[in-house]
Structure formats: C-alpha cells, structure tokens
Design a protein around this ligand. Structure first.
Ligand code: ACK
Length: 304
C-alpha cells in the first residue's frame, strides 16, 4: 500500500478511510479554503488527527497545483515543514493528508485581534528562527533548491508547541542543480509579500522568498499586515513605515504594543534590521538564505 514518490515513502489512503475520518467531509469538519480546494479536519481510527486537502473537481489550475504539491512535498522532510502523511486518489477524488496543526496559521495569531491569543516575545523570536531554518532547508539543504513562491503568515502553521511549519507547496518550484532563477508569465503569490522584480517582470529566485521572509519578520514584530504594493508609500505599507522609523532611530516604535513589557530592545533592533535587509529593492542587496540564517543566529555584525 505504499508508493515510492521521490525519496520519501508516501502511503496511499483509501477514500472510505478518509471519508470516515472527516465524517463524509461534513461542513462541521471544514477548516477553510486552501489554494486548490477545501481543507477538512479529520481523525483516523488510530486516533491521529489529520488535515485533508481535497482538490475541487472543477479547476484545472487546481489540478496543476495539486500535482505540484505532491511532487515537491513528497521529497521534503524537515521539522519546520508541514508533514505529508499520505495521499488518496480514487475515481475523481484527489486528496492530500497532512498532520493536523492544532494552532492553525500564524495569520490568526498576528492579525485576528478578536482571538485575543497573542504571541509573546520569545514565541515570536522562536517562530522567526523556525521559518528561517525551514527556508534554508528548502533553498539549500534539501539539495532540491525549492523556491516556495507564496511564503506568508497564512501559510505558516503552528503545532501544539507553537513551532512553525511552512505549508502549501502548490506554487513551489524546484530548480535543477545549476539553475536558481526563472521568469514566468503568470505571476502568482500574495500581494504584500511578492518581491518587486517578481511583481513587475515575473522574475523569481531564492531571493524572492527572502523578500517574503523579510515581510513576515516585520509583520511578526509589529503585529501589522503589510498591505498594498511592496514599496508603495502610504500609511498601510508596513515596509515604508518600518524604513522610516528605522532611519529616524525609532525602531522600537514599530513593535506590537502588547510586547511592551517583554521584549529585548537590542534583539528588536537586530531583527527589524534583518527584516529590512531582506526587503531591499535590489535583488543583489538582499542576503542569501544562509547569510540570513547566520545573521539571525548572531554570527558576525550586520551590514549597515
Ligand atoms: O488559517 P487557518 O485556520 O489554517 O485556515 C487555513 C485553512 O485550513 C485553509 O488552508 C487551515 N489548515 C491548512 N492545513 C492545516 C493543517 N495541516 N492543520 C490545521 N489547519 C490547517 C489553515
């Protein structure tokens, strides 16, 4: 009952097993809408909780993303990537089965103020470091050179100990050994996170993920969402706002008010600075992923 996809064994689940686990895909079990269709919560007979991503039958684009996600994620395994437990392809049904992340996505913690579940300072630092390690694995250590292309708070899931896991590989691209960049006519991704060169020319590379990571760092620090276009100069633009404060020596004004008692000022300044280095306009000015991780772990001074 196992299929060898790439280097990781991905078990095949039967449709009846997944139907039972999700109460026939009932609305009560629905977690939300993902990239290519609805996501359901379920529980296997063994008691393990799962999240099931079900491909909507109608969409051809969805089918491409589904295939892409299987091909990518089946070859990847890291503690900061969401774990694929199996898949189900039977008749018209196509599904991916993931470990369930009880704390859902980072998006809810950062921007849904009604939830009143706020992240404290050590948790935020921990999440930033975890995402960076997941990215380093994708970009370098997995030897596949995967560019995620849709890194954002909604795609960072949190496990029961609030450890971050990168999810949603529907738009990811794998590069061959000697390649690391590409141009595309169809620009995908999320406004507020996509890099200027990708938005303008469809040019993407590892450095476009670095850009999105920088946006994420600033969002995690400030609890504010980056809206609008990347470097547009208006009040809702977090990047512009962060640059201004940083230049005026008021970096600490950026951080989420709820952190006022618990943060470390030098760490805040350092992390905001790293975030800003990652969102620079010019691709060559941004750090590569291993420099970024080294800076985060405090190795060497930051470039000015
Ligand atoms: O932000 P959320 O609550 O977290 O809403 C989205 C929704 O499904 C559509 O993607 C949630 N989701 C996706 N995968 C998982 C998972 N493995 N565990 C728990 N929730 C998930 C996501």
């Amino acid at each position: 009952n196992k299929n060898h996809m790439g280097s990781v064994e991905v078990p095949l689940f039967s449709l009846s097993k997944i139907s039972r686990a999700t109460s026939e895909f009932s609305v009560d079990n629905k977690l939300g809408e993902g990239g290519f269709g609805p996501v359901y919560k379920g529980m296997l007979e063994e008691g393990q909780e799962i999240a099931v991503k079900r491909l909507s039958k109608s969409s051809r684009q969805g089918l491409e993303e589904f295939k892409n996600e299987v091909i990518c994620i089946a070859k990847l395994q890291h503690r900061n990537l969401v774990k694929l437990l199996g898949y189900c392809i039977q008749g018209d049904e196509k599904m991916l089965i993931y470990e369930y992340m009880p704390n859902k996505s980072l998006d809810g913690f950062l921007f849904d103020k009604s939830r009143k579940l706020l992240l404290d300072w050590p948790q935020r630092v921990h999440i930033i470091h975890g995402i960076a390690r997941g990215l380093l694995y994708l970009h370098q250590d997995s030897r596949l050179k995967v560019v995620h292309r849709d890194l954002k708070a909604g795609n960072i899931l949190l496990d029961n100990q609030m450890r971050p896991k990168i999810s949603d590989f529907g738009l990811a691209r794998m590069f061959k050994e000697d390649e690391s960049e590409e141009n595309t006519k169809r620009v995908v991704g999320t406004l507020g996170y996509i890099s200027p060169e990708y938005a303008a020319n469809g040019h993407f590379s590892i450095k476009s993920d670095v850009f999105s990571f920088g946006v994420l760092v600033l969002e995690i620090m400030s609890g504010k969402k980056n809206r609008g276009f990347v470097h547009e100069d208006h009040d809702d633009n977090l990047l512009g706002h962060a640059w201004r404060l940083h230049k005026e020596g008021k970096t600490l004004d950026l951080i989420d008010e709820c952190l006022y008692t618990s943060y470390s000022p030098s760490e805040v300044t350092r992390l905001v600075h790293i975030g800003l280095l990652c969102v620079q306009q010019r691709i060559e000015d941004r750090p590569n992923t291993s420099n970024m991780v080294a800076m985060l772990s405090g190795e060497g001074p930051l470039p000015s």
